[in-house]
Design a binder for this molecule. Sequence first.
Ligand SMILES: [Zn+2]
Length: 434
Amino acid sequence: MCYNINVKMKNLKIFLLFFILFTVSNLSEADFPKYVFLFIGDGMSVSSEFAASSYLCGTGGNLIWDSFPCKAFAATWSLSCVNERNPDGYDAIKAGAVPYPYYFSESSEKYFETASATDSAAAATAIATGKKTVNGCISTNEKGSFFENIFDILNKQKIYNTCLITTTFFYDATPAAFAAHNISRQNRKQIAEEILSISKPEIIIARNEYDYLKDTAETNGYYVTNSKEIKNNMLFYNDSKKLFVILDNYNIPIPENEKNRPSFSYREDDLKFSEIALFAADKLLAKKKPFFAVIEMSDIDSANHDNDYHTMVSSVYELHNAVKSIIELINSGKTDMTPKNTLVLVTADHATGFLRFNEQPQKGRLPSKMIFAGKNMLLKFDRTVKYKSKNHTNELVGIYAFGTQSDLLKIYAGKNGIIDNSDIFKILKKTAVK
Ligand SMILES: [Zn+2]
């Protein structure tokens, strides 16, 4: 009798053990994405998204991420923005709980004219570490004290490969905050060396202006190549090596200006941003390991700084197309990636340019380019749009989530639909850190 009870108890324990193991393994699969893509449009104001969507379709809300199941707006302020007049960093009562063009008032316009804004270093630090800092700092506080960033955490746990892609230099502020620490974004060589010799993302695709860094990369186990080799399909490297692709043939395409016919012309030898994203996904998947990829389109910011509407529309389009290609790949069933094991986040680090519309932009149409004669004499101008600044603004930006764990965005955004940019780190940490 006793024996039978013991046997039954033993069987029950074994059953329970299997049940728990099965549940936990299923939970881990459901809870933790195997693959994470974080797309960042540098300086991509909600007006920039509206402009690109209107050029493509005649109305706002038609970019690929507008179809994502979870959407919110993110506050981007840094500690440099906080003062007596603006103690909370972002004042939703004065500035609005949704950004332009979905909200407009005299008081919100006045607020943005006077409120200080973050720079890319502090904004990327908030996203990469969950901590606010002052402008100029790369994952440190104003005294240079180290903040642990998401790549530090992932490197320690050794489950995910990391990947850093940008259309600018890999040691520029936005990518740097994910893979380096420095009191000043200007210390570019120090930042580059830390990325290549300490953080060591598995794949880097970016511009590089210091030739000697190729040797630094090779010493640290990288296969170094040029992006022309991707275009020519001439890349021969061993998948077990880290890969550093120096971006030399990437340029923003030129948009045509013809009513109802949006189109872009590319230089013959150039890569498209979508080709870069797909190439990286292919190489990362070949390594048969979970990965965490940060993919930045930096040219939206520079175009908005220049008040260059045409280049801004093209660069938002390039980001849209890259995200679209990755979503199509996830849904295609051709790879191991599925919406159930992959998380895609799209956001901006801050808004730039203070862009306003006097008329709804039409499909395929772009405002005339400003033509200056001499320093200040404006010969040609267009009244349909207006850039009110050449700098960053404290406006809210969009954030969009697709795939497993995208609901976390709703949780952190709360009732008013605004998430702080430092909470993006919490989403990344919750989803990618086991
Ligand atoms: Zn900028």
